[in-house]
Write a new protein. Structure first.
Length: 118
């Protein structure tokens, strides 16, 4: 059986309460006429509640503060590749295979079945 500590319980409760709050906002917004002051105030308050919730998640360390810093875009450029590698590991594997073939005496123009068999 998995035990849940106090911080996990608090985080789960916080998320559940936030979901309930959003449902209440959605229900209240659906009852209002679009364009009225009440409708605008509810939208602003819902937005602020979402901002506070995200700030709390960042404070607890559940979500990183800047998601853009976590993802790293990387472009790999290799000339004359017969297939496109999906990531750095595939690229390194492909280049190692190509270097092995070139070391056996195959030129880049003749990386054919003859060199692939060896």
């Amino acid at each position: 059986m998995v035990t849940v500590n106090d911080s996990e319980k608090m985080i789960r409760t916080m998320k559940r309460d936030h979901a309930k709050l959003l449902k209440q906002f959605d229900a209240a917004i659906a009852e209002c006429t679009i364009g009225t002051r009440t409708h605008t105030n509810l939208l602003e308050t819902k937005s602020k509640a979402n901002e506070r919730h995200r700030a709390e998640l960042v404070k607890f360390g559940i979500v990183p503060q800047d998601l853009g810093k976590l993802t790293k875009t990387e472009y790999l450029f290799v000339a004359h590749v017969s297939s496109i590698p999906a990531n750095r590991d595939e690229l390194e594997k492909f280049l190692a295979e190509q270097n092995r073939r070139l070391a056996k005496g195959c030129t880049t123009a003749t990386l054919t079945k003859r060199c692939a068999r060896n």
